[in-house]
Design a protein around this ligand. Structure first.
Ligand code: HEC
Length: 136
């Protein structure tokens, strides 16, 4: 009888410990479902690949990209977009940016961005950088 009570207590203690462990690391599970990109690498890739046409804060051949994450496509008011991108009903998020950077023409046929990023990890890194630069 005494032995059975002891093992019950042990089980309860073990359950309490795992509850503490789970609640102390809530970010572990949420990190898994968000991006696997590295913003630091993304910044370097952005500088290498994108700044020929884009900057975060100024329009160049392409529109400025700070706060692009969460913004509607074609909505920087002082940039002249293609009619196709202006008419597209897209909100830029992880998924739409990934599709856009994979193949812009598959997302918006006849748009004006003649560039793509074939490597999925590079896309994830760049998107993570754009997300953080947008304060999201
Ligand atoms: C050769 C020039 C060029 C390069 C390089 C380029 N872009 Fe673009 N980008 C454009 C142009 C031009 C547009 C506007 C397209 C339109 O109006 O159809 C654009 C549009 C975009 C948009 C849509 C913005 C909005 O306000 O809707 C995103 C996002 C974007 N580019 C991200 C990137 C990223 C990230 C890179 C680097 C991996 C990159 N671009 C590289 C020229 C370029």
């Amino acid at each position: 009888m005494k032995k059975r009570n002891e093992s019950k207590i042990l089980i309860i203690v073990a359950m309490m410990w795992s509850a503490v462990a789970i609640s102390s690391f809530p970010h572990v599970s949420s990190a898994a479902v968000t991006s696997n990109g590295n913003a630091e690498t993304g910044k370097q890739l952005f500088e290498k690949r994108c700044t020929g046409c884009h900057s975060l804060d100024n329009n160049k051949e392409g529109p400025r990209l700070r706060s692009v994450y969460g913004r509607h496509a074609g909505s920087v008011s002082d940039f002249s977009y293609s009619n196709e991108l202006k008419a597209a009903h897209i909100v830029w998020d992880e998924q739409s940016l990934d599709q856009w950077l994979t193949n812009p023409d598959a997302v918006v046929p006849d748009n004006d961005m003649a560039f793509h990023v074939p490597n999925p990890q590079e896309r994830a890194d760049i998107i993570q950088f754009l997300r953080l630069s947008s304060g999201k």
